[in-house]
Design a protein around this ligand. Sequence first.
Ligand SMILES: [Zn+2]
Length: 138
Amino acid sequence: MKVDAEALGKRIAQRYLLRGLRPNLRELAAQLGVQIIVQDHPPQAQPGLRAEYRHEPPQILLYRDPLELLSGALHANQRFDLLACNLEDVHLAHELFHHLEFGGTFGPLRPDEIETGAHAFAQTLCDLTFHPAELADL
Ligand SMILES: [Zn+2]
């Protein structure tokens, strides 16, 4: 059976919208037992990595340098449409989906379906007017 990962991500995000309002993602992460760690540099093997989820213990790592590079690239390219968001929050929301999905919570999903779901989750949770895959491709 084909999974509509886009619809799944949006549906899960709806659970965390409070009367249609965006939650504070740092508070949400804390409620879900996920620690947020901000570091300057990603691991050397993955220099472009902006954020990642690790499960033991549940952690989201945000990497400041690549996030700032992204912000700089968006400014340089005058992509103000993509700058109309908090880049850290978008990445945080994406990784929160990986936490929620961990262990196959939403049924068996292929890696590409998980990514689709995480993007849709972030788009809904952060109320983005663009698709966050646009950021991933930059
Ligand atoms: Zn992902």
